[in-house]
Design a protein around this ligand. Structure first.
Ligand code: G3H
Ligand code: ZN
Length: 335
C-alpha cells in the first residue's frame, strides 16, 4: 500500500466512527519519529495518520515550509510504498497566513488532509477563513478539518491560547453547515503541550452533546481532539464512543524522543566524553592523548536506533488505546 488520499482517509474515519475506535494523529518533524511510527503501525496492523505543522515544514526546509513539506511528503510516500497499511498525512494547524503552503499542498497533492485553524478569530472570521480553504480544495482529493472553540496551551512552539473556550454544540452545527468541513476539532478540556491527565477536566458530556447535535442536524462528521498528549487511557477511551476518531499527539512523542536520547547518552557517557584529567581536545580530535571516543557509540545512527524503538513502543501502546490495532483497511493480514 502506499500514501493515500482524502477519499481513502474519509473511509478510514467513517469506519472508525461507526465502530467506536479512533486514530492517534501523530506529529512528525524529523525522520526518527516518522520511522518509529511506521514500525508501530506495521507491528499493530493499523492504518497510520501522520501530521506536520507549518513550523515543522519550515524546520525541514531549512526555513522554507514548501521545500520542507515537499521533501517530507516525498520521504513519507517512498517509505509508505514498502508497507501494506494505509499512510495518511494531515497538515496540522495551518493558518490564514500559511495560504501559500495550503495552495502548494492542494496543487501538488502533498497531503491527505489539511487542518485550517482560525479558531482564534471571531466566529464570522473563522467561518470565512475556513470556507476559503474548503473552496480552494474543492475538486481536489483532500479532507479539510476546521476548529471551533479555543484550546489552551503551547501549540507547536507558540502559545495558542492562555484560556480555554469550550465548543458550543449549536454553533458547531452552524459552523459545519457554513464551512463544509469534513472534520471538526472541538475544545472540551484538553490542552496543548505538557499536561497531566489528573488536571484535565475532560467534558465527555459536551463531546456527546456536540456529536448528537451534529448528527441530528444530518452532519455526522468525525470529531477531533487536539492536545491529547496528557490524556490517560481511561480518559481517551471515553470519547471514542462519541464520534471522536482523531486524537492528536505531538508532545508525548517529543518527550519520549528526549528521554530515549538522554538515557542513551548518559549510558554511553564514558565512551563519548574524555575522563576527568584528560584534555577535552575536540579541535585536535584528541591527538595528544591516549584516550579516544568510541565511534560506534557516537555515530548518530546509534542514538537514532534507540529513539526509533522508543517511539515504536510508545505509539504501539497508544494505537492499542485508540483501538485502531488490527483494523487496517488496506492490509492483506487477517483482521
Ligand atoms: O495538533 C497537535 C496536537 O494537538 C498536539 O497536542 O501537545 O497534546 O501533543 P499535544
Ligand atoms: Zn493541535
Amino acid at each position: 500500500m502506499s500514501f493515500l488520499t482524502g477519499a481513502e482517509l474519509d473511509k478510514v474515519y467513517g469506519k472508525a466512527k461507526g465502530s467506536g475506535y479512533g486514530f492517534i494523529a501523530s506529529n512528525v518533524a524529523e525522520p526518527n519519529i516518522l520511522i518509529g511510527l511506521m514500525r508501530a503501525a506495521e507491528e499493530k496492523n493499523s492504518d497510520l495518520v501522520l501530521q506536520i505543522s507549518n513550523s515543522a515544514s519550515k524546520f525541514a526546509g531549512n526555513g522554507d515550509p514548501i521545500t520542507g513539506l515537499r521533501a517530507i511528503s516525498q520521504y513519507i510516500k517512498e517509505l509508505a510504498s514498502n508497507y501494506e497499511f494505509g499512510v495518511f498525512l494531515n497538515m496540522d494547524h495551518l493558518k490564514e497566513s500559511n495560504m501559500e503552503l495550503i495552495k502548494a499542498t492542494v496543487d501538488e497533492d502533498l497531503a491527505s488532509s489539511i487542518m485550517i485553524d482560525a479558531s482564534k478569530e471571531s466566529f464570522e472570521d473563522n467561518v470565512r477563513i475556513t470556507r476559503k480553504v474548503v473552496d480552494y480544495a474543492k475538486g481536489s482529493d483532500l479532507l479539510i478539518e476546521g476548529e471551533l472553540g479555543k484550546i489552551k496551551g503551547v501549540e507547536d512552539e507558540e502559545t495558542a491560547s492562555a484560556e480555554a473556550f469550550y465548543t458550543d454544540p449549536d454553533e458547531a452545527v452552524e459552523y459545519v453547515k457554513k464551512t463544509g468541513v469534513d472534520l471538526l476539532a472541538v475544545s472540551v478540556g484538553t490542552q496543548h503541550g505538557v499536561s497531566k491527565g489528573r488536571d484535565i477536566e475532560l467534558n465527555v458530556d459536551l463531546v456527546e452533546e456536540i456529536d448528537s447535535t451534529l448528527t441530528q442536524a444530518g452532519l455526522e462528521i468525525p470529531l477531533v481532539l487536539h492536545g491529547s498528549s496528557g490524556l490517560v487511557e481511561e480518559q481517551l477511551v471515553q470519547v471514542l464512543d462519541y464520534g471522536v476518531c482523531k486524537l492528536n499527539k505531538d508532545t508525548r512523542y517529543q518527550y519520549e524522543y528526549a528521554r530515549a536520547a538522554l538515557d542513551y547518552y548518559l549510558e554511553h557517557k564514558d565512551s563519548i566524553l574524555p575522563p576527568e584529567g584528560v584534555n577535552d581536545d575536540r579541535e585536535g580530535f584528541f591527538s595528544d592523548t591516549d584516550w579516544s571516543p568510541n565511534k560506534s557509540d557516537f555515530d548518530p545512527r546509534a542514538v537514532s536506533r534507540v529513539i526509533r524503538e522508543a517511539i515504536k513502543e510508545t505509539a504501539g501502546d497508544l494505537f492499542e488505546q485508540a483501538g485502531s490495532v488490527g483494523k487496517s483497511l488496506y492490509s492483506s493480514k487477517v483482521n
